[in-house]
Design a protein around this ligand. Structure first.
Ligand SMILES: NC(=O)c1ccc[n+]([C@@H]2O[C@H](COP(=O)([O-])OP(=O)(O)OC[C@H]3O[C@@H](n4cnc5c(N)ncnc54)[C@H](OP(=O)(O)O)[C@@H]3O)[C@@H](O)[C@H]2O)c1
Length: 305
């Protein structure tokens, strides 16, 4: 099949490009730096620079992952607008272009995050749990709404598109994301829990993440939101101890909440709060996680490096 990926140059997108090319699919990436796409995503991957170029091709599937990084810069009002525009407006423009085509894709997979649920110490949250109230929740809700609108509008035009939402947890990947940021301080023996350490971390190994996305791409019975997290989330304190143990380093330090609050402002919620998310719909599909527990996931990642 021919798959269009937005955000294909990112951490998750690169892995997806590799996997799709390896199984014989054709891949096109929409990127703000199209000349770098063959180098980043692989020489077989085509690049387009503008959404209106979508008119020139027929795609069987679209995977929409683009978005400005959430943690990298302070959440000023300007930055919040950028975070929203790079996901919500981009998705709206993408859907508008796709609706103009005589033959749209059969499946539209769109990014979201477990930030959808806000921060809750409540018991296990499934896909049926309503959205939270903070900025991350609003961002995910608006992003998802643009993707879901595609299903309705396509149907009104007599087209049938399956829309899947990826409520992504912390993807553990040594190439980037949260784990890469943690590895250096932990290797130096400077790692430690954040705040009280009781906040949940709902993580997923990058191999399981990729396999789950491919399953959702191929399985015509799948639609709507899916929590992409492993079945056994842990507290921040447990994550800290487990990573330190796998690296055979001490983790005696802890960073008090007030330090993170003063350094990061509103973004500190990403580190100091969390939620216990369960992959209810993946489990109902009998999706087989290769890495169910954190110790096996971190051991594989650290020793495969
Ligand atoms: N990794 C995780 O643990 C995780 C967890 C939850 C949710 N997610 C979400 O899943 C998606 C993919 O994650 P990722 O880790 O692969 O992200 P990533 O590495 O930050 O890559 C995102 C891609 O989005 C594009 N992008 C960046 N800023 C943009 C902007 N201002 N406007 C338009 N496009 C922009 C970039 O592509 P070009 O430079 O080629 O245009 C970039 O390669 C993201 O939307 C992220 O929020 C990730």
């Amino acid at each position: 099949m021919h798959v269009l990926i937005t955000g294909g140059t990112g951490l998750i997108g690169q892995r997806l490009c590799e996997a799709l090319i390896a199984r014989g699919d054709a891949v096109t990436v929409l990127s703000r730096r199209p000349h770098q796409v063959p180098q980043i995503c692989g020489p077989q991957v085509k690049a387009i620079a503008h959404i209106d170029q979508i008119a020139e091709y027929d795609f069987d599937a679209v995977i929409n992952l683009a978005g400005a990084p959430i943690v990298d810069a302070a959440w000023t009002e300007t930055r919040k607008k950028e975070l929203l525009a790079s996901r919500v407006s981009l998705t709206r423009n993408l859907v508008e272009q796709l609706l103009r085509k005589a033959r749209g894709p059969k499946v539209f997979i769109s990014g979201s995050a477990i930030g959808y649920y806000g921060n809750s110490n409540a018991v296990e949250l499934s896909e049926a749990t309503p959205s939270g109230n903070d900025f991350s929740a609003q961002l995910c809700r608006d992003w998802e709404a643009e993707a879901m609108r595609y299903a309705d509008q396509a149907q009104q035009q007599g087209q049938d598109v399956r829309v899947v939402l990826l409520r992504t947890g912390l993807v553990l990947d040594p190439r980037g994301g949260v784990l890469k940021k943690m590895l250096l301080p932990f290797r130096l023996g400077l790692g430690g829990k954040l705040g009280h350490g009781r906040q949940w971390m709902s993580w997923i190994h990058h191999v399981d993440y990729l396999q789950a996305v491919l399953r959702l791409l191929d399985d015509e019975a799948c639609s709507g939101p899916y929590n992409l997290v492993a079945p056994q989330p842990v507290s921040n304190a447990t994550f800290t101890q487990c990573l330190a143990q796998v690296l055979r380093r001490p983790a005696i330090f802890s960073t008090p909440a007030f330090v993170l609050n003063s350094l990061l402002g509103e973004r500190a919620v990403l580190l100091l709060e969390g939620a216990h998310i369960v992959p209810s719909k993946l489990l109902a599909l009998r999706f087989r996680f290769q890495f169910q527990d954190l110790n096996s996931a971190l051991t594989q990642i650290i020793h495969a490096e």
